[in-house]
Design a protein around this ligand. Structure first.
Ligand SMILES: Nc1ncnc2c1ncn2[C@@H]1O[C@H](COP(=O)(O)OP(=O)(O)OP(=O)(O)O)[C@@H](O)[C@H]1O
Length: 195
């Protein structure tokens, strides 16, 4: 049976950056494109980072029983929903998968596919450094949303509390201070963790 390598971490911990590089190093890993109702960001493409859909489209998947997990964020720009949709993308008999998500979605995926199928990859960065990276990234956007950036920073402290991490059995950390070193550790976990 295949595994789902589940990358998690607070905002601006480097999930997207590391995800892209792990995928490049291990092209045999398949990915799952999530669905979101949040507006598309500068440089993003529909169907690549996410399927950018309306509330109506996501509601329709829900009515058809195809939503594996869904989370919503009340942002200063309104409610942003993110969902994993069982649209035929995941076939554990055939492949291993590399996925980015939250602690909550990790828990739901674990319930849905079974704990032995999920491997958590928890990425951590010192808070001050992480905030500096978040600000730098936001500044480069055409319409920076600083209030939303701050809201996420604060919300993450609660969501990724030590208590929650412990409850879900996530002890191991992948520190993203130096990207190359972090990348090497993640790739090692995926390549040799199974042996
Ligand atoms: N090791 C690193 N050293 C310096 N900068 C980094 C490092 N890793 C990532 N970054 C930068 O930090 C910023 C945040 O990274 P990224 O967007 O990958 O985070 P994320 O966890 O996916 O964030 P979010 O959940 O908010 O989308 C980006 O501008 C990225 O280029």
């Amino acid at each position: 049976m295949g595994k789902i390598y589940y990358m998690m971490g607070k905002s601006s911990s480097g999930k997207d950056t590391l995800f892209k590089e792990v995928k490049e190093a291990l092209p045999e890993l398949r990915t799952v494109t999530l669905y979101t109702t949040r507006p598309i960001r500068e440089g993003e493409k529909d169907g690549v980072e996410y399927f950018f859909v309306t509330d109506e489209v996501l509601d329709d998947y829900g009515r058809r029983g195809l939503v594996v997990e869904e989370r919503g964020y009340h942002t200063v720009c309104g409610l942003w929903r993110y969902a994993t949709v069982d649209d035929g993308q995941i076939d554990l008999a055939a492949s291993d998968y590399l996925v980015i998500g939250t602690l909550e979605s990790y828990e739901k995926m674990r319930e849905y596919y079974g704990a032995e199928q999920l491997v958590p990859i928890y990425i951590e960065v010192e808070d001050g450094e992480r905030l500096a990276r978040a600000l730098q990234r936001e500044r480069s956007q055409a319409e920076p949303k600083y209030a939303e950036m701050c809201r996420r920073f604060l919300a993450d402290t609660k969501d990724f509390s030590e208590e929650n991490l412990k409850r879900l059995g996530i002890g191991k950390r992948f520190y993203n201070q130096e990207k190359e070193k972090c990348l090497e550790e993640i790739i090692g976990e995926i390549r040799y963790g199974k042996l």
